[in-house]
Design a protein around this ligand. Structure first.
Ligand code: GAR
Length: 193
């Protein structure tokens, strides 16, 4: 059996996608281990979730670094220590730049709650709802320098009809939790991480 992939999840907030991936690993639905949470917000609920799973947390505050390169270099050192071979952004509200992109080329992925390239950025579910689309969805993609940019890996459509914003959020999050695990599995199978 191939060795487990060592995943680092980067998150800034609630962490429901973090938990979905950690759960899939704990139940051996993924041949991977969430080896590290990287969190740029000390108050984020995702930190509590990591403690529940006994997953080490690396807390880092960008305001303590002069440049983005310094900030990412510090993160990279800890990623090396944990032998990370896949980075999953899960509600990480920050752009990734050269230091990490060059070192982990093709190994940084993100999930976004819309059918990209529609509704990039913050509050994508609300943006789609307010626009009045009939169909929205979830996208997983490789990460590049741009916001919610990079080659699409998978998309799942979600109906936005006959629901409130809250109901649409519930539908989208349920799809996200399943899709992110599927995408990691797909990468392990087809991209030989
Ligand atoms: C998720 O809906 C994720 O798709 C979104 O942030 C939320 C995080 O939720 N990401 C983006 O909007 C990226 N542009 P979570 O903290 O419960 O996983």
């Amino acid at each position: 059996m191939t060795p487990k992939n060592q995943i680092a999840i980067f998150a800034s907030g609630n962490g429901s996608n973090f938990e979905a991936i950690a759960h899939a690993c704990a139940e051996n639905r993924l041949n991977a281990k969430v080896a590290l949470l990287v969190c740029d917000n000390p108050d984020a609920f995702v930190v509590q979730r990591a403690k529940k799973f006994d997953i080490p947390v690396f807390e880092i505050q960008p305001k303590n670094y002069t440049t983005k390169a310094d900030y990412e270099t510090e993160i990279m050192q800890i990623l090396k220590k944990y032998n990370i071979d896949l980075i999953c952004l899960a509600g990480y509200m920050r752009l990734v730049s050269d230091v990490l992109l060059n070192e982990y080329e093709g190994k940084i992925i993100n999930i976004h709650p819309s059918l990209l390239p529609a509704f990039k950025g913050l509050n994508a579910i609300q943006q789609a709802f307010e626009y009045g689309v009939k169909l929205t969805g979830v996208t997983t993609h490789f990460v590049d320098k741009t916001m919610d940019g990079g080659k699409i890996i998978e998309q799942v459509a979600v109906s936005a009809e006959n629901c409130t914003l809250e109901e649409l959020e519930t539908r989208i999050h349920a799809v996200e939790h399943e899709l992110y695990v599927n995408t990691i599995h797909k990468l392990q199978t087809h991209y030989q991480l």
